[in-house]
Design a protein around this ligand. Structure first.
Ligand SMILES: Cc1cc2nc3c(=O)[nH]c(=O)nc-3n(C[C@H](O)[C@H](O)[C@H](O)COP(=O)(O)OP(=O)(O)OC[C@H]3O[C@@H](n4cnc5c(N)ncnc54)[C@H](O)[C@@H]3O)c2cc1C
Length: 371
């Protein structure tokens, strides 16, 4: 019999499956669609640097552990599958324009330095060298502060997901696309069977990693869980030129991510529109203007593609990691909002530890489901 049935094959479900399979567990992953094609595919793959030094809260510890694991996972995935996940330490520049934004960015940069994260304040010549141009700025909102975090990294989501899926399959994980969890049979406080569109499935343990849809699935179990979808739209430019932009550039909640092949991603929005994954003309135009305003060289780039994804948000911005209330064998790992790619390796490690009966290396109390 399957040891663990994972419901949802995004980055969280596939990462957990990989870790459990490496510990000898028989794992099956079901997905209502094609695994790895929802939020995990849609995301930008930005991995900000962190440090253990000031990681007192378990959330910061999840971040620090993930930062440590990402390069190791990228190397292991490449070795096991031959797939380059696009993990690169490309550096990230953070910008502020108003005096208030500049003061707050400077405070944040100082705190990051104290925590042991490498941060450099950039002068105009330096940020211009990276491809950013002031003349593209909206009038009266000149760039007042710019900081470079040289250790900021990125990965290419579709490649990372393909590598995870391949690595899982090589270890015998059964991956079932088109298998939507519809209902649960429960006896004596344990899930016995999940009724899916691919038939009934049994396992010793279950884990819900269904992203923005996790709240809906919990509702069928009669368990309220505060997870809801927040749409993020994205625009992909093709510059046909690898030298247009050197680093990731972040200004407020929007960013540009240069890929090695001359593509540049511009993101993103935060919209509460239910499960609607369509793009809107207004948001796309706004992202294009933002991108070309910062990097005038993008005027000549073609807009190759646009899309939207649904981030799994939680009411207090922390993920849910742990057992569902009243059930002895049904876990959840969901609600990572804007950081699911980033937090996926640490989430997989601590969830796998918990599910295998070990003490998780990070206190998961703040992420408990009944909070
Ligand atoms: C535009 C955008 C940009 C982002 N940028 C970043 C970034 O730069 N860095 C970062 O770390 N994060 C980023 N994120 C957030 C990140 O993408 C998410 O936090 C992460 O992908 C969540 O992963 P997941 O596996 O929980 O969810 P998903 O990837 O959504 O996977 C859930 C899976 O569950 C399946 N499912 C749903 N219902 C059922 C069911 N009933 N039965 C079976 N399967 C089901 C779905 O088909 C899906 O494949 C971004 C997100 C978006 C949308």
């Amino acid at each position: 019999m399957t040891d663990v049935l994972i419901i949802g094959g995004g980055v969280i479900g596939l990462s957990l499956a990989w870790d459990l399979a490496q510990h000898g567990r028989q794992v099956q992953v079901i997905d209502s669609g094609e695994p790895g094609k929802e939020a995990s595919w849609a995301g930008a793959g930005i991995l900000p640097p962190t440090s253990w030094k000031a990681a007192l809260h378990p959330y910061d510890q999840l971040r620090a552990l993930s930062s440590e694991l990402h390069p190791l996972w990228a190397a292991a995935l490449s070795k096991q599958t031959g797939i380059d996940t696009g993990y690169r330490t490309c550096g990230g520049i953070y910008l502020a324009r108003t005096p208030g934004e500049a003061a707050s960015l400077t405070g944040w940069a100082n705190a990051a330095t104290e925590e042991g994260i490498e941060v450099h304040r950039l002068g105009e010549r330096e940020w211009e060298e990276s491809g950013i141009r002031e003349q593209g700025a909206v009038e009266g909102r000149r760039i007042r502060a710019a900081y470079l975090l040289p250790k900021e990294a990125q990965l290419r989501n579709p490649r990372h997901l393909q590598a995870l899926r391949t690595a899982c399959e090589r270890l015998g994980v059964v991956i079932t696309p088109g298998g939507a969890a519809l209902d649960f049979e429960i006896r004596d406080g344990r899930v016995q069977t999940v009724i899916t569109s691919a038939g009934p499935l049994q396992a010793s343990q279950f884990c819900l990693t269904s992203g923005a849809w996790t709240g809906q699935i919990c509702a069928t179990l009669g368990i309220p869980l505060g997870i809801f979808p927040i749409r993020g739209q994205m625009v992909l430019f093709n510059t046909h030129d690898v030298s247009v932009l050197k680093h990731i550039v972040t200004e407020g909640s929007r960013y540009l991510v240069p890929r090695e092949d001359g593509h540049v991603l511009a993101g993103s929005t935060e919209e509460e529109v239910g499960f609607d994954k369509s793009t809107t003309e207004e948001a796309v135009a706004d992202l294009i203007a933002f991108a070309r305003g910062l990097v005038p060289a993008l005027e000549n780039a073609t807009v190759e593609r646009k899309w939207a994804g649904l981030r799994p948000a939680s009411f207090d911005s922390l993920p849910y990691l742990g057992l569902l209330p009243g059930l002895a064998n049904c876990f959840v790992a969901s609600g990572h909002f804007r950081s699911g790619l980033y937090l996926s390796p640490a989430t997989a490690v601590v969830m796998s530890q918990m599910m295998r009966g070990e003490q998780p290396q990070i206190d998961l109390g703040p992420f408990r489901t009944g909070r």
